[in-house]
Design a protein around this ligand. Sequence first.
Ligand code: ADP
Ligand code: MG
Ligand code: MG
Length: 889
Amino acid sequence: SKYVYAFAEGNRDMKDLLGGKGANLAEMTNLGLPVPPGFTITTEACRVYLTDGHEPAELAAQVDEHLAALQDAMGKRLGDADDPLLVSVRSGAAASMPGMMETVLNVGLNDESVQGLARVADDERFAWDSYRRLIQMFGKTVLGVDGRHFDAAFDAVKQQRGTDSDLDLDAADLRAIVDAFKAVVTEHSGRQFPQDPREQLDLTVRAVFDSWNSPRAITYRRQEQIPPDLGTAVSVVAMVFGNLGPDSGTGVAFTRDPASGAQGIYGDYLANAQGEDVVAGIRNTLPLTELEQLDPESYRQLLEIMATLERHYRDLCDIEFTIERGRLWMLQTRVGKRTAAAAFVVACQLVDEGLIDLDEALRRVTGGQLAQLMFPWFDADAAKDPLTVGMNASPGAATGAAVFDSATAVARAAAGERVILVRRETNPDDLHGMIAAQGVLTSRGGRTSHAAVVARGMGTTCVCGAEALEVDETARRLTGPGGVEVVEGDMLSIDGSTGEVFLGEVPVVDSPVVEYFEGTLDPAAEDAGELVRAVHRIMTHADSRRRLAVRANADTGEDAARARRFGAQGIGLCRTEHMFLGDRRELVERVVLAETDDERGAALDELLPLQRSDFIELFTAMEGLPVTIRLLDPPLHEFLPDLTELSVRVAVAEERGEPDEKDVALLAAVRRLHEDNPMFGLRGVRLGIVVPGLFGMQVRAIAQAAAQLRRDGVDVQPEIMIPLVGAVQELQTVAEETNAVIADESRRSEVPLDALVGTMIELPRAALTAGQIAESAQFFSFGTNDLTQTTWGFSRDDVEGSFFSRYLERGIFGVSPFESIDTDGVGRLVRLAVEEGRATRPDLKLGICGEHGGDPDSVHFFHAAGLDYVSCSPFRIPVARLEAGRAAI
Ligand code: ADP
Ligand code: MG
Ligand code: MG
């Protein structure tokens, strides 16, 4: 097997084998850019090492060979006493895992070669500085010495010299530090710092392999859903030195502003420093533009290289570079991470520059990014200098008073205050507080922690794992970087899209993207802004590409109208139960409590005109588009008083000797209707069959509303949907009644009426017998919330706050099956029902109306499964449109 590739042998498509860093170093080498020579040991070698416990037998010889070639190219030998070649040994996996694994610089220095380096560079201080860096990095990474021992030794010398800046130390001081560091290594690792350069190299390669399984790398992979067995590649790169005096330096840059997408020079530069200093923030960096004064030639060359990279990668790139005595070297590049706004803007800029087409632009943005852009934002001018940045667990911009326990959150929120619940971690006991709070902030735990999972499920803003914050729940305060204290009641602002945490109340502004979708901001207007223009352009393209229609889940005329502005092509789910609450609850009580058909009929007669006007409102808002109305679904007791409260009331009244007849009857009914598992009880189609006239009244209201509007020339397209069907016989029973009522209303009103009659597929049995059910259904709508609950056998309301975060941490789920459809299990039922349903009835209309309708990954699945439409909440419609477009290209 070939385990080692020279840079010239690789390219950017070899990420799996060479890691992102190695593949892109190879790509830049082959583009003719100034990359120091080197080679990459493959991820395959790492996998063998991790499985077998030792390197593959061929590895040593292959490294020898490539090292020899590298030495020839450089005209130097590794660790040579007179003129040493030094190398960096760099980790780099296929998926970016920033800062999770190790890199060691200056490998090849020892007590002799440090002298040679000093002579060749004519800089004694530089040589000793490089050597102490090697011992420090090697000691920590390879020998596992706690970094604090080195820091202490360093500080001791600084103190002796009466300074706190590294720059004040001279060669002699650094030499003293080297001695001290060697002593630290001997004391804490039980061995001496190895003087043999090749031994240094081999041990470092092995340590980089091992860093794949460091605890933080494992945690990170779990959170980001990176498979655990890919391994890391190791790139060995000839060292170039940014710490060789004022005409040397090191920097990082983006080819465009990764925050806004604006073109220009964005980066930081640090003169007389090695790479890790820029990242570590040890000294203040200069804006990259100042390099133009310092070294105009290198600056010009850098701009040229950035343009080359953008043209070549056809995307925004980020880079690491070093200047050694006026000579520019490229050390890393990759397609750069960017904000949601920049993703849209940059994609359109690249289209205008002729680098990509609109399909590619559509591929480069995601529904998740669009969703982020639709939340209110913090005013960019006010949201500066975050206290710290944690993980962006659930998007949104939230401000409120800091509270440190759930009870206080609930109490303050009840008093009308906005609060941010701050916890070290949350647990199921915090649920009430999380519901009451504007946002949730934790100092521990990642994207699969309890706080993150539950907040995402509720749509509450959440920043988690802000580790720089010390949360003291008993003292009700948090301590931030620099000793900043926040006590209960102090205002905090958190940005769930970026993970930023701000002190005080940062003003929130409406998203211009929402104004655009609402139709109040014209993308063609002069001041619409580049972002809105870009969103408009990409949305238009997505709409032209998608096959899936997008409908809304909406129950009121107002929601329907909004959904329509957002691009809904109809209503996929109107839940009629919402129409039975409030004032109408009493009528429902009468339906339930009725002892005779007449009594029940009278109550239903009173409900009829109310329902009719509900539907008139909805049909009017959706004129010309299909409206799917689901007949009553929830268990009846939801409309009746709480059992315990009512029992107490009745008991108290009896005690007083003044029993209330009505309450007594009500109590009996509530008892009769009580169910241990209402979710599996008398609901949906079962209600329609058991309570005579209930569904009939709803269908009559629909038919009358349709007749009235049609007579006025309004185009109405009702679709009547029967919930919770498990057997075709249930559907037949209800469908017969439904069709009879429609025919009756059509006769009475003398208006021809046709309504599709269909069913939800939300029980496994319905999916499994879809071929039979399709005989009585003109359409199916997959109720993926219930289908997920019934397929897995767990209730969403109970499990998300309890064991889900554990399951996610353990990797039992990659993502909650309520968030993204479980394609293997629930998805299989969907595919089966689609296939067998269509086999019975080729023109069967197919849609989905669960929460999954607005989830990006699920939309791709429904596209592939061959559905006709997805239906989701009005606010998710643009996301569904975008993803339906992306699924189709
Ligand atoms: P990370 O993946 O954490 O960015 P890198 O492998 O990129 O780690 O290296 C850390 C720092 O060391 C970077 O700033 C990089 O530019 C610098 N560096 C790596 N190799 C060399 C080299 N051969 N010469 C000079 N600097 C280097
Ligand atoms: Mg790097
Ligand atoms: Mg349901």
